[in-house]
Design a binder for this molecule. Sequence first.
Ligand SMILES: Nc1ncnc2c1ncn2[C@@H]1O[C@H](COP(=O)(O)OP(=O)(O)OP(=O)(O)O)[C@@H](O)[C@H]1O
Length: 660
Amino acid sequence: MTDLFGRPPATTDSYDASSIEVLEGLEPVRRRPGMYVGGTDARALHHLAAEVLDNSMDEAVAGHASRIEMVLDAGNRLTISDNGRGIPVDPHPKYPGKSALEVILSTLHSGGKFEGKAYATSGGLHGVGVSVVNALSEDTVVEVARNRTLYRQRFAKGQTLGPIEEVGAAPNRRGTTVAFTPDPEIFGELRFEPARLHRLARSKAYLFAGVEIRWRCDPSLIEAGDATPAEAVFQFPGGLSDHLREQVGGRECATADFFAGRQSFPDDQGRVEWAVAWPLFSDGGHSYYCNTIPTPDGGTHETGLRAALTKGLRGFGELIGQGRRVKELAAEDVVVSSELMLSVFIRDPQFQSQTKDRLTSPEAARLVEGAIRDQFDHFLSDNMDRGRALLAFVLDRMDDRLRRKAEREVKRKTATSARKLRLPGKLTDCASEGPQGTELFIVEGDSAGGSAKQARDRKTQAVLPIRGKILNVASAATAKIGANNEIADLIQALGCGTRDRFRSDDLRYERIVIMTDADVDGAHIATLLMTFFFQEMPDLVRQGHLYLAQPPLYRLVAGAKSAYARDDAHRAELERTEFKGKKVEVARFKGLGEMNPGQLRETTMDPKSRSMLRITLPQEYEERAGVRDLVDRLMGKSPEHRFRFIQDNAARIEEDAIDA
Ligand SMILES: Nc1ncnc2c1ncn2[C@@H]1O[C@H](COP(=O)(O)OP(=O)(O)OP(=O)(O)O)[C@@H](O)[C@H]1O
């Protein structure tokens, strides 16, 4: 007998106890970093910073620290310190000869947050965070100032380099300082990004009004065009409301005031803070947190908030004689279009997974609903006009939803027929009935899709997020094209059929807009999409329905004056003309998701202020060679053709620019 590779099987004798490995200490973390930090990419690298910062935040939330500092130096070394109690340094009762600090840093599942004695509501619960950081760093130094003495211990790749030292007297200092350099053996060339760390520090400060967070980095680390400051101090006495105000920007909302507040749970079970606004013309973004940890997938605290808002509005409807209307009101009518932040602090939280993306503690739903419901009832009835305005707004959303539901059953009328048509689940459709004046934005990635939903005009603009690189139709067989999910969704959303079955009367939108990041990946995705249209729906392109969005690359600010620049040339031109002689701050947008919804709308989506390119099929090219050849050149199997074509025609496409 042989194995898959034709080799004789190993004898069973050799599979004995000696082949069972036990990984000691932190070795498992270095072998499988993905299990602990979700991978070895930039996100995982920044997760290390979050782990250490979360420990300092836990110390602040427990009332023991008021100041946290995060410093990034030129050697990719990150130092995070707080003025809390300091990690205990006395010998650990279970491990004689080792300090508690050493046990914490070099053993998984060691910590002070299991029992809830040292911390009431903490983000940490597994006791692995800082040991994982230690395991994945080439050099870690922890300093603790406690009992008027400064202690220090050093580690490398998870190994202790020596016992804890007493460095000297520290009469005026207390707290913990963790300094670490991520190990290039694990993370390769990756470096901490100032912008990401700065954002992380800032968001933690919003979440806990009682803390001041200072941020500093070596100025040489800030790339040209990146507006991240090299130094900043964050303290937000208004907590979440301060942040929400920034998110909403200049958008008009259903009520002039936000619904925001803080409330403790009964019996010392924790507390909740929230801020909600209802922008009139765009969808909102939602952020949920538990013990300052982001829970992007929501969970039981989210359920509680939805219930409080929905029941509150139903109750108010009944109060003002709209009882029958509000019967059908659903949570999604109240929540989907809102801009919302919710942060809870509870004891012993349960999450769905190691990465804490979703809260599952059952009691959170009841606690949050109870705490918010009363205050929401007051918000609605203390000022009846405000209550009425909000109710009218959510009833409109409800009507939209019910109408869409009815439409899904009998589909939107098109000029030729009232066909039955199913729409893809990912599509966020516009409310308008016919195609006139409507636009479909095909957006790269779910997160940019979310921003686009917030920035769009709900009436006329629809959003379809697509994930990653779509299939290259030019080199794929027809069967494969039909089976590809992203493409099937796109065809369904457009409604007009492909190739011989293309019917322009059935096209469900007047303009189809490709909106991708202003980087190389974005350009590639846009080219793949254009190829799809050239090959499968050339008439759609000929009839002028296809557009390319032009998100800006830079934002220039000098005093009260600001402007956006498409590219480097445009930026240089603005600096030479409008901003001549001024000290200009330049921020670079790395992707669509980096812009806030107000900026995205103004620059890229709002017909009144955006600029777009209309894609045309070069007439003489078609006459000479035909579309097929064009497609081959763009996307076929010979890259050198593709390159030449894009270069030759870049100018032409630019010339066809229109300001829609
Ligand atoms: N800055 C700090 N100040 C005081 N104690 C700290 C600090 N950082 C860590 N600790 C102590 O070290 C313990 C272990 O921290 P670690 O980050 O490994 O896990 P955790 O925070 O308990 O849980 P998780 O793995 O979920 O992050 C904490 O529970 C706490 O007792």
